[in-house]
Design a protein around this ligand. Structure first.
Ligand code: IVH
Length: 666
C-alpha cells in the first residue's frame, strides 16, 4: 500500500468509526455489530502503526488512552465558568420569576433541564476537531484534561454534519452512570481500596486520573447543557442544544419548555419522583430563560447568570429507631461506629444500617440508642444519620458514651490531636486489623495472591499466618491439612504466593498498607526513591518534595518505618525475595547524576516524561515533583508551568533543556 492509499483509507475508516461511535454511544442505535466495529478499528490501528506520519490525536483509535502519566496544566477559560443560583424553595423560584419578568418586560418561555450530578467541563473545537478540554477549576482557569476526555466515547472528537462555528466552545457535565459506579465500588471493595462516596466523586476522581488508559476503562459519559457564544448562531437555548445534538453531542431527552411557573412546577414535581428510575444521578433541575436575546439582556452578576436558577431536591429522608451501635475496626485500626436501625424504606431500598462517622458526629447530633433518628440518602451509597427527633425521645433513653476500649481486643483506644477518629493502637495483636491487613496485602492491586477471605481467616485461626511474611513460610503439609483444602488447592495457593515474589516494587509498597499510601502514592514514592532502603531513610522534607506527597502522608510513612515491628516485617519480606527496588534502577547506566535532584516540567520532543524520569533514576539522580531549595535542576520542556518557572528563578535553580540533559548523561 502506498502512503497515499493508506492516508485515504485511514481517513475513510476514521470517518466511519466516528459515525459508529456516535450511533452507539450518543444515539444508542448501533447500525453494525460490535464485531464489525472491532474489525474496522483493528484495521485503522494497524494502518496507523504502519504509517505513523498520519497520526492524529483525535483518531477514534485514541479512545483507549495512553499509559503514560500526565500532569494537568491549567489554562484560562475564554469565558468564566460560572455557577448557578440555587434554591430548595418554590417561593424563591416565584421570586426569581418575578425578577426576570420585571426586567424582561415581555412574555417568554423557560427551558427546564435536569441538573446532572457530575463534574463540569468546557470543550473547545477548532475546525470541528476537539482541541482542548478544561475542568471548571477556579472558574477563570481550569485544568487541561483533554487526554482523559478523549476516552469518553459519547464525546465527539470530530464534529458531525456542517454549519458548526470555526471556534466552538460547549459545556457539559461528565457523569458516571449509577450501574458503573456500583460496579466500580464493588471492585474497590474486593481489592480493599477505599470506596467512592458517590458517583460525582467517582467521576471527579476518574477525570483527574493520571493514566488515560485507566480512565478509558471506566465508562464515563457526558451530557451537554450550555454554549457560551450561542448568540452568534441561534436564537433560543433549545435551538442551540438541538444544533449541538446534530453535531454529535449527547443531550439527554428529559428537557421541557414551560410557558409559566405552573408548568415549571409540574416539571419539578415529575422529576422529583421519576429521578429514581434514571440511570444516572441528578441533584435538581435547572430553569433557564430560553431566549438567548433575553438571556443577554438579563446578563450576569459576578458569579451567576440572572437568567437561570437551579431548584435542588432535598435528599430522601426517613425516620426510624436506632436499635444499637456497632463498632468496626479497620486495617489501620480506625474504629468506625455503625448504626443498626429498625428497617425503613428510603428512596426505593430498605435501610437497616447507617454510618455515624465518629465520636464527634455522635456528640454533635446527641444521638442515643433508642432515639428516633432521621436517615438521609443523598448521592451517597451509605445512608447517614442526620438528626434526632428529640420530641419523640423516651425519658429512659440515656446519653451515649463512645467506647474507650477496642471491641475486638480490649486495648484502650487512642485519638490523635486534630483527628476525629479513634484508633486501636494494637496493630499486631488485634485480630480484625491483622486479618484486614493480610487481605489488603494479597488483594488484586497489591500482591495479587489468589486466596479467599475465608482462607485468610482459616490461616489466621490456625495460627499459621500472623503477618504477611508468614505467607512465604507456609508449607505444603500444613496447607493441605486445612479444612476444605486438598492437594490441588494447596498447590495452587502456594504457587500463587510464590508468583507474588515477582510483583513490582510499587505494588509491594502499596501492599504494606501504610496509612494514606494508596496505589498512586505508592507508585510516586517508589519512582522517586527507587528502593525500599532509600525510602526508609527519607526525611520528612525529602518525602514532601515528591509530587503530590503532603505532610500527612510523609508523617505516616515516617512513623511506619520508625516502628521496629514494621522494620522487622520488611527485613523478613526482603529475605523471602520480594521486589524492594524499581526494576529500572537495577539497570544502572552510570552515576553521572549521583546526588542530583530534578524536577521535570513541560512537554518534551525526544522522550516522554516517564522515559526522562527513568533515565534520571538510571544515572543515579532523583526526580521530585515540586521546586524547592533542594532542587538542583529543572528539566524544562515547552509550556513549562509558570509557577515552577518563577520559583526556579527565585531560588536560582538551573533550568536545563532536554538536549542539555541528554548531554549530561551521554
Ligand atoms: S447551566 C452559565 N445546566 O451545575 C450557566 N449547569 O451549580 C451554566 N450543571 O457548574 C450552567 N446540570 O456544572 C447548567 N443542565 C445544567 C446543569 C448544570 C448540571 C452544573 C454545572 C454548573 C453547576 C452549577
Amino acid at each position: 500500500m502506498t502512503p497515499e492509499q493508506a492516508e485515504s483509507r485511514i481517513e475513510a475508516l476514521r470517518k466511519q468509526l466516528h459515525r459508529h461511535n456516535y450511533d452507539y454511544y450518543v444515539r444508542s442505535e448501533p447500525t453494525i455489530s460490535d464485531f464489525e466495529f472491532d474489525q474496522l478499528l483493528k484495521e485503522l490501528q494497524q494502518l496507523e502503526a504502519s504509517f505513523p506520519q498520519f497520526r492524529d490525536e483525535n483518531s477514534p483509535s485514541q479512545r483507549v488512552g495512553s499509559d503514560l502519566n500526565q500532569e494537568f496544566e491549567s489554562f484560562p477559560h475564554r469565558h468564566p465558568m460560572l455557577s448557578l443560583g440555587n434554591t430548595y424553595s418554590k417561593e424563591e423560584l416565584m421570586d426569581f420569576d418575578r425578577r426576570v419578568r420585571k426586567s424582561a418586560g415581555e412574555d417568554f418561555a423557560y427551558f427546564c433541564e435536569l441538573k446532572y450530578d457530575g463534574v463540569a467541563v468546557s470543550l473547545t473545537y477548532e475546525a470541528g476537531k476537539l482541541s482542548r478540554a478544561l475542568t471548571r477549576g477556579d472558574g477563570t482557569r481550569g485544568d487541561d484534561v483533554t487526554r482523559n476526555i478523549r476516552t469518553i466515547r459519547s464525546i465527539p472528537l470530530q464534529l458531525q454534519g456542517t454549519g458548526y462555528p470555526e471556534l466552538f466552545e460547549i459545556r457539559g457535565e461528565v457523569i458516571l452512570p449509577a450501574d458503573v459506579f456500583e460496579k466500580l465500588n464493588r471492585e474497590r471493595k474486593e481489592k480493599g481500596e477505599p470506596l467512592f462516596a458517590n458517583p460525582r466523586n467517582a467521576a471527579a476522581g476518574t477525570l483527574k486520573m493520571q493514566n488515560a488508559s485507566a480512565v478509558a476503562r471506566r465508562p464515563l459519559d457526558c451530557f451537554f447543557y450550555y454554549v457560551p457564544d450561542a448568540q452568534e448562531w441561534c436564537s433560543t437555548h433549545h435551538e442551540c442544544l438541538e444544533k449541538a445534538q446534530s453535531w454529535g453531542f449527547k443531550i439527554p431527552p428529559y428537557h421541557s419548555i414551560a410557558g409559566n411557573m405552573q408548568e415549571v412546577f409540574r416539571y419539578i414535581d415529575y422529576w422529583e419522583k421519576a429521578r429514581e428510575d434514571l440511570p444516572f444521578g441528578i441533584d435538581g433541575v435547572v430553569i433557564k430563560v430560553d431566549s438567548i436575546r433575553l438571556q443577554q439582556e438579563l446578563g450576569y452578576t459576578a458569579k451567576i447568570p440572572r437568567w437561570a436558577i437551579s431548584y435542588k431536591y432535598k435528599a430522601a429522608r426517613a425516620l426510624t429507631r436506632l436499635v444499637s451501635i456497632d463498632f468496626q475496626v479497620g486495617r489501620t485500626g480506625v474504629v468506625t461506629p455503625v448504626a443498626n436501625l429498625e428497617p425503613v424504606q428510603l428512596a426505593g431500598t430498605t435501610v437497616k444500617r447507617a454510618s455515624l462517622h465518629n465520636a464527634d458526629q455522635i456528640r454533635m447530633l446527641d444521638v442515643r440508642i433508642g432515639d428516633h433518628v432521621y436517615v438521609e440518602k443523598g448521592g451517597e451509597i451509605i445512608p447517614k444519620i442526620v438528626g434526632v427527633a428529640k420530641e419523640k425521645r423516651d425519658s429512659s433513653v440515656l446519653p451515649f458514651s463512645f467506647i474507650t476500649h477496642c471491641p475486638e481486643c480490649g486495648t484502650a483506644l487512642e485519638r490523635k490531636e486534630d483527628e476525629a477518629a479513634h484508633y486501636c493502637p494494637n496493630l499486631t495483636g488485634c485480630p480484625p486489623q491483622i486479618k484486614n491487613r493480610l487481605e489488603h496485602f494479597i488483594s488484586r492491586g497489591a500482591m495479587d495472591i489468589h486466596a479467599a477471605e475465608a482462607t485468610i481467616e482459616l490461616l489466621f485461626r490456625e495460627g499459621l499466618v500472623r503477618n504477611p511474611a508468614d505467607l512465604y513460610t507456609l508449607e505444603f503439609d500444613a496447607v493441605v491439612n486445612l479444612e476444605r483444602f486438598g492437594e490441588k488447592s494447596a498447590n495452587k495457593l502456594l504457587q500463587s504466593i510464590a508468583e507474588s515474589k515477582r510483583v513490582p516494587f510499587p505494588r509491594v509498597l502499596y501492599a504494606l498498607g501504610i496509612r494514606y499510601v494508596g496505589e498512586t502514592v505508592a507508585r510516586k514514592l517508589a519512582e522517586a526513591f527507587g528502593s525500599m532502603d532509600n525510602l526508609m531513610k527519607a526525611e520528612i522534607g525529602e518525602l514532601v518534595d515528591v509530587d503530590e506527597i503532603g505532610e500527612r502522608i510523609a508523617e505516616s510513612v515516617r512513623s511506619y518505618f520508625h516502628d521496629p515491628e514494621n522494620r522487622k516485617l520488611i527485613e523478613d519480606l526482603k529475605a523471602h525475595g520480594l521486589q524492594f527496588r524499581m526494576e529500572t534502577q537495577e539497570k544502572s547506566a552510570g552515576n553521572a547524576l549521583e546526588g542530583k535532584t530534578f524536577v521535570i516540567s513541560g512537554v518534551f520532543e525526544k522522550f516522554s516524561r516517564d522515559e526522562l524520569k527513568t533515565m534520571i533514576g538510571q544515572h543515579g539522580g532523583r526526580n521530585t515533583g515540586s521546586v524547592t531549595a533542594r532542587t538542583d535542576y529543572i528539566l524544562a520542556g515547552s509550556n513549562m508551568g509558570p509557577a515552577k518557572l518563577e520559583k526556579a528563578k527565585e531560588l536560582g535553580i538551573s533550568i536545563i533543556s532536554e538536549d542539555e540533559f541528554l548531554s549530561m548523561i551521554s
